[in-house]
Design a protein around this ligand. Structure first.
Ligand code: BGC
Length: 261
């Protein structure tokens, strides 16, 4: 059986962040380490950075790694916002070889969602809860009575002749210089679509935009309750470490030698 400390590593578009996690509290056991994401973010380059992050976190405990794509059976299936070379790569094997540690790999939004539902804004909430991360793209995590339905990819729902994330991600707001009112209007239309399709009890807004939630969330008028994520920056790290510890083995993650999904 694996022993701790369990480490979470969150691979994002601009930074790769890692820390050991206290799984009783959801807090980090030390300040997180952040290394810029290599460009291009090929599998080999990212694996090298993940290994270098771990050099600063002593121990040989299991690690959980997030990736911004669909992950089934440890294999990356999509790569909307990362290097296309990831498609078809067995990321569990890649990171296990690069680090020598037991590895779990999970979609970034699923990891953030797990942490948020366990320790953050979704704690103790029954029914259908959707965590939406607004960042480089739009990620999603769907929970039914606390159980994750993995790889939902609601950022790719069709909205205004294209993928919702190409119109309503935080990066789009920055790139197009949208005012908070304009951005809130886009998020409102996106959430109305999500509401019409899934009728969630709660939508939790995470990702980079959640740090500025007070600027636009009050302007978003939908019937569903919408709240900002509580964990913000650390949610991906915490969720990845939870999965590494096997806390949610049934939730779609895959550990080496234990193909779950
Ligand atoms: C990807 C998702 C990911 C999200 C946030 C989307 O483009 O398809 O898998 O969760 O971006 O990074």
């Amino acid at each position: 059986m694996p022993t701790g400390p369990f480490v979470g590593i969150d691979v994002g578009g601009t930074g790769i962040k890692g820390a050991p996690v206290n799984l009783d509290t959801g807090g980090l056991l030390r300040e997180r380490i952040r290394v810029p994401t290599p460009m291009p973010a090929t599998p080999a380059a990212v694996a090298g950075v993940v290994a270098s992050v771990l050099e600063e976190i002593p121990g040989d405990g299991p690690i959980g790694v997030t990736l911004p794509g669909v992950v089934t059976g440890g294999v990356v299936r999509t790569a909307a916002n990362i290097d296309k070379k990831w498609i078809g790569v067995n990321a569990v094997d890649l990171f296990a070889e690069a680090t020598g540690r037991p590895v779990t790999v999970v979609n970034d939004a699923d990891a953030a969602g797990l942490a948020e539902v366990r320790f953050g804004a979704g704690a103790g909430r029954a029914g259908t809860v959707i965590v939406v991360t607004l960042g480089t793209g739009i990620g999603s995590a769907l929970f039914v009575d606390g159980s994750l339905v993995p790889n939902t990819e609601f950022g790719h729902l069709h909205l205004h002749h294209g993928d919702a994330e190409d119109w309503a991600a935080e990066l789009v707001r920055e790139r197009e210089g949208l005012s908070w009112e304009q951005y809130a209007h886009r998020i409102e239309q996106y959430f109305r679509l999500v509401q019409r399709l899934f009728w969630p009890n709660l939508i939790i807004v995470g990702g980079g935009a959640s740090r500025k939630a007070e600027k636009f969330l009050p302007l978003v008028k939908v019937d569903t309750e919408v709240v900002a994520a509580a964990l913000q920056n650390d949610a991906g790290i915490v969720g990845a470490a939870m999965l590494a510890a096997g806390h949610h083995a049934k939730a779609g993650a895959t550990q080496r030698g234990q193909g779950v999904s």
